[in-house]
Write a protein that binds this ligand. Structure first.
Ligand code: SF4
Ligand code: SF4
Length: 405
């Protein structure tokens, strides 16, 4: 971006105010310095381990999902976290670079790193023809090895899979198998936020992948189907990792009511076919709260009440279940599920940089909603789609230097 454009964007950003969004953007990441970062196990705290399917890797059931999480990483590893999940997409590869620095000071067998490349451009099954080239996939793998400064990556994911065509795409599988054979990728995985049951079963039956990283939480509308697919996959020796256990973090956009994170994590981990989960932590308080679920996985009556398990989807909150029912209803063919994920990252996860990256996947350059007198989309979660889309697309005009976190 030229300096003139940069300055103009900054002036526009400041002049327009970005009511609401600004609160989501300027969020400091605070690490408490007064905590003693020492292995909780050494302090006699209970840890629960499960084996990641046929990989044989034994992990604490609480692992760490990250985004721009530099400061808390060492605290987490010192506290007993073993598995860290990141992506080449995060912060343009800078998260991987940061982990490379962290790992230099630690024995190679003391951590398990998962990374990969997002396949978000394939919103529709027939978009496989727009696939990234074989060379690009190789460049991504080599780039991750270089940024992490490791001889091998423990788990390499094809990320954000929504349609099984990607999981079955022979040219990719050939490359992944080649890298695995060479010992540069120890295990292969797929990640999925939408259409999960089909992706999980396809990855399992294909015989190439070892691990599935799936969205799994108490608010997913298809949680029963995901649970069944997870049981099927685990039964066939797949390692299963859960993400998005926090289900949008808040029940409401104004962030008056936070979801009980500990209860939400317990809900996912009560399923023994989930071998580990990757909640994200912005600070050590959140880290220690997540680790404390291992003391007792049983939900208390209060935690059950907090999760509103008997109230269906009456509280819409920030979590989009990625059911994709909205897509055919929008005449502008907007990628609404991705926009809603961006919205959730901005307001729920308070991660504006990740929200912006997600927004960029849609390739939106304007707001088609302004041409609609009323929105024809009926969201299964009751979202006011026009309002949310109009709100979140403003993020594309925010200068990158404002997007910390
Ligand atoms: S916006 Fe609504 S309809 Fe669309 S994917 Fe999300 S929950 Fe489903
Ligand atoms: S207002 Fe609704 S129907 Fe119109 S473009 Fe936006 S999301 Fe699509």
């Amino acid at each position: 971006m030229s300096n003139n454009i940069k300055n103009r964007s900054r002036r526009n950003f400041i002049r327009n105010g970005f009511t609401g969004l600004a609160g989501a953007i300027l969020v400091p990441t605070v690490i408490r310095k007064d905590r003693e970062s020492i292995s909780l196990q050494k302090k006699g705290k209970k840890f629960i381990y499960r084996t990641l399917g046929k990989t044989g890797i034994k992990l604490p059931i609480v692992s760490m999902g990250t985004y721009n999480a530099t400061a808390v990483t060492n605290v987490a590893l010192d506290a007993g976290i073993v598995h860290i999940d990141t992506s080449a997409d995060y912060n343009k590869g800078n998260d991987e670079r940061m982990f490379g620095e962290v790992f230099k000071k630690r024995p190679r067998d003391s951590f398990v790193i998962g990374t990969g490349i997002g396949m978000w451009q394939f919103r529709k099954a027939d978009q496989i023809k727009n696939t990234i080239s074989n060379k690009t996939l190789r460049d991504y793998i080599e780039g991750s090895l270089q940024r992490l400064d490791l001889d091998n990556i423990d788990i390499y994911y094809l990320g954000g899979i929504q349609h099984k065509e990607i999981v079955e795409h022979e040219p990719y599988l050939k490359i992944l198998k080649e890298y695995k054979k060479a010992g540069k990728l120890r295990f292969l995985g797929v990640t999925t936020h939408a259409n999960e049951p089909e992706i999980i079963r396809t990855a399992t039956d294909g015989g190439v992948f070892d691990i599935v990283l799936t969205a799994y939480n108490f608010r997913k509308k298809n949680r029963k189907e995901i649970k069944e697919a997870v049981a099927y996959a685990a039964g066939k020796g797949m390692g299963i990792v859960a993400m998005k256990t926090q289900a949008g973090v808040y029940w409401d956009r104004k962030k008056k009511e936070m979801i009980n994170m500990k209860a939400a994590l317990k809900w996912a981990l009560q399923d023994e076919n989930i071998h580990t989960a990757i909640p994200s932590f912005k600070n050590s308080d959140q880290l220690y709260e997540a680790l404390s679920v291992m003391e007792n996985l049983k939900l208390t009556p209060q935690e059950k009440a907090d999760l509103k398990l008997n109230q269906g989807s009456s509280s819409t909150g920030l979590f989009c279940s990625q059911c994709e029912e909205c897509i055919p209803q929008c005449p502008a063919d907007l990628d609404i599920p991705t926009l809603m994920r961006s919205y959730m990252y901005a307001y729920g996860y308070e991660s504006p940089a990740k929200a912006r990256e997600t927004l960029d996947y849609t390739g939106l350059s304007n707001v088609p909603c302004i041409n609609c007198s009323s929105c024809s989309v009926k969201c299964t979660s009751g979202f006011d789609i026009k309002k949310k889309v109009t709100d979140i697309v403003r993020l594309k005009d925010v200068p990158e230097e404002f997007l910390a976190g």
